[in-house]
Write a protein that binds this ligand. Structure first.
Ligand code: NAP
Length: 252
């Protein structure tokens, strides 16, 4: 039997580490040709080599998606070099925590520019291609999977701007879902809880200490990749709109 996603093409942003890398590998294992976008090309090269060693197809796109032109080019190069776009996993994101009072403004700017605008640039560029793929064989359905967070559901002290960006991703996803559902582009939201990745490492040392002291059980990136793969491999008439997924012991 053919793998579920053979003949399809997926673009994963933030594919150089964590959830994005695991999702790209998982989609490749299901037969999708995958385009890998992020800034750290060496990491993408290693992942692409691994996917090719397993018989898959991978395209490396060194891209800073905060830059609108680079985000658009990542989408356009995927279509030019792999032939189409069936799946966009909007995963690249940054979480910079700490009190709002006295917070460094560049941290707020980076979160809004990447988690919101970067995601929107990729979504905007991808939509015409997703709509085309949804009208075409082999699956006659296309997917945009937007990675939000438990922080997109519940706001917490010290997390205000990250909360703002992820709540925004949720609102945009639901609106877009309603707009394109009848054309068989499924827009889905994945909201992970604590997952062991490099995400927290970007925080200032004093913030890092307090985040780490609050950390309990964590999921693995592969657990979230599983949820993403589940969404994308559903049959055409099934749209998984939203998955909220926490480590079992995470209460809030
Ligand atoms: N880990 C968690 O507990 C958790 C929980 C809920 C939600 N999430 C969400 O999951 C997503 C993935 O995060 P992760 O946990 O896997 O963290 P991660 O390991 O730090 O991955 C973040 C990815 O985003 C990429 N990225 C950062 N800035 C970028 C830019 N300007 N242009 C392109 N790519 C950029 C990074 O690649 P480069 O640095 O190479 O560019 C990296 O591949 C994020 O949206 C995050 O908010 C994570």
């Amino acid at each position: 039997m053919k793998p579920a996603l053979s003949g399809t093409v997926a673009l994963v942003t933030g594919a150089s580490s964590g959830i994005g890398a695991a999702a790209a590998a998982a989609l490749a294992a299901q037969g999708a040709a995958v385009a890998l976008a992020a800034r750290r090309k060496d990491r993408l090269d290693t992942l692409a080599a691994d996917i090719r060693d397993r018989g898959g197809t991978a395209l490396v796109l060194e891209s800073d998606i905060i830059d609108q032109q680079q985000a658009t080019e990542a989408v356009e190069r995927t279509v030019a070099e792999l032939g189409r776009l069936d799946t966009l996993v909007n995963n690249a994101g940054v979480m910079l925590l700490g009190p709002a009072v006295g917070a460094p403004l560049p941290e707020w700017q980076q979160m809004v520019e990447l988690n919101v605008l970067g995601l929107l640039y990729c979504a905007h560029a991808a939509l015409p291609h997703l709509l085309r793929a949804a009208g075409d064989d082999p699956r006659r359905v296309a997917d945009m999977v937007n990675i939000s967070s438990v922080a997109g559901r519940v706001a917490r002290s010290g997390s205000g701007v990250y909360n703002l960006t992820k709540h925004g991703v949720g609102a945009f996803s639901e609106s877009l879902r309603q707009e394109v559902a009848s054309r068989y582009v499924r827009v889905s939201l994945v909201e992970p809880g604590a997952t062991a990745t490099e995400l927290v490492d970007q925080n200032r040392p004093e913030v890092l200490e307090s985040i780490r002291s609050q950390f309990g059980q964590q999921m693995q990136a592969e657990d979230i990749a599983d949820a993403i793969t589940y969404i994308i491999t559903r049959p055409r008439h099934v749209a998984v709109n939203e998955i909220l997924i926490r480590p079992t012991e995470q209460v809030r």
